[in-house]
Design a protein around this ligand. Structure first.
Ligand code: SF4
Length: 381
């Protein structure tokens, strides 16, 4: 454990202290405050990444952010060489599989992106084959996005919210349409072009990435889900990130209530339903309350319980779409079931990755229902 840092000595911080400050500074860029975060690799596998900012000094004034300009805080930065060295040292010890790099804005977005690019180029030039995820700044020029695409597995700009009006309220230094949406569009075009030139098998093809801050504004889950669906359609966004708002002292939103963590979880689950299960926002209407918010319940389980006429689904005759409606059956499980028919026992289903405790009330096998309504009530609770 390192000791707490004296703000007056910000300019004398050791490397370890700067690492700590900059890992904590990523609080509003994905998952948690440790130096290691989790992300999904191209094959959907969860991987561990070294997560850091290049600097927590920022010219931006986002109202929820601990790094906003003018806030009294310890400021630190790491050079591209230092980040490359630290990444290698974690990587060689098998502590990480890659790097998640974000930053405050050093002067302007162009200069910041140049530095991020420098980190990625350094690593690749030194033979680094791990995963690189770069959160670029709003307003990053297109030519730099194109160069970042040569090195990064994933990159993109944070949307933070769902509309220009909302954005100007929480990120007054930037313009939603130009600095965010235009960049998401360019990233999508760059990735498409790379794909068409190199073929789908090329390992180093980036994917578009963005994040929403949940609960900093009054926007409903319906608005967020609609934005996610739109971004998936227009910008080929695969997996959005969600970050629960947590008030930071000495920021304009310091007295606002934090957003419950479960809301973030429910939004993640809903985004999987959009991406992996082929559902759309209309399908999800029945699980939203009158004000457009998700309850603290698994949305897939809730959807299934709202549509009892669609169940039970017969494991040996249902099509993939119907199998995917069953809680406890995911895209991989559904494909395995279809490939392995006829299926004669729950044991076989379990081997295919089906979560029987969730699926049982909603399935039958060759006309035999697997459980009764009482167990449905237990599972749903
Ligand atoms: S751009 Fe906004 S969210 Fe990003 S570090 Fe600066 S103040 Fe924070």
């Amino acid at each position: 454990m390192m000791n707490s840092i004296d703000p007056d000595k910000g300019h004398h911080l050791t490397l370890m202290e700067r690492m700590r400050v900059l890992s904590e500074g990523t609080k509003y860029d994905s998952c948690n405050q440790s130096a290691v975060c989790h992300a999904f690799g191209p094959d959907g596998r969860c991987i561990q990444l070294y997560k850091t900012l290049m600097t927590n000094t920022c010219s931006g004034e986002c109202t929820y952010c601990p790094n906003r300009c003018g806030r009294d805080a310890v400021r630190a930065s790491l050079s591209p060489e230092e980040i490359a060295r630290i990444t290698w040292s974690f990587y060689r010890r098998n502590a990480i599989e890659g790097l998640f790099l974000s930053s405050g804005i050093m002067g302007d977005s162009e200069r910041t992106a140049e530095k991020q690019l420098e980190v990625a180029s350094l690593l690749r030039d030194q033979g680094f084959t791990g995963y690189i995820h770069i959160r670029v700044m709003p307003g990053t020029p297109r030519y730099l996005l194109e160069q970042i695409a040569e090195h990064a597995n994933k990159f993109g700009v944070n949307a933070e919210t769902t509309s220009s009006t909302n954005y100007s309220e929480i990120c007054p230094s930037f313009d939603y349409k130009n600095d965010v949406l235009q960049r998401l569009r360019w990233t999508c075009e760059i990735i498409r072009k790379k794909r068409s030139e190199t073929g789908f098998r090329e390992k180093l093809i980036g994917s578009n990435d963005t994040q929403f801050v949940v609960g900093a504004l009054q926007e409903s889950d319906r608005e967020i889900i609609l934005a996610v669906e739109k971004f998936m359609d227009r910008y080929e966004l695969r997996r959005p990130y969600f970050m629960s708002f947590d008030p930071v002292p000495f920021t304009p939103l310091e007295n606002n209530d934090p957003s419950p963590l479960w809301r973030e979880t429910r939004l993640y689950q809903t985004s999987y339903l959009l991406k992996d299960y082929g559902l759309n926002t209309n399908d999800l209407e029945s699980v939203l309350d009158d004000n457009g918010f998700l309850p603290d319940m698994d949305p897939k389980m809730l959807l299934a319980s709202c549509t009892p006429d669609l169940f039970p689904v017969d494991i040996n005759s249902a099509n993939k779409e119907d199998l995917l409606r069953v809680p406890g059956i995911g895209p991989v499980g559904a494909s395995r079931i279809i490939r392995s028919r006829p299926i004669c026992s729950e044991k076989e289903l379990a081997r295919m990755g089906v979560v029987l405790g969730r699926a049982r009330p909603f399935i039958e096998m060759n006309g035999q229902k697997q459980t009764n309504l009482f167990s449905f009530a237990e599972v749903g609770s």
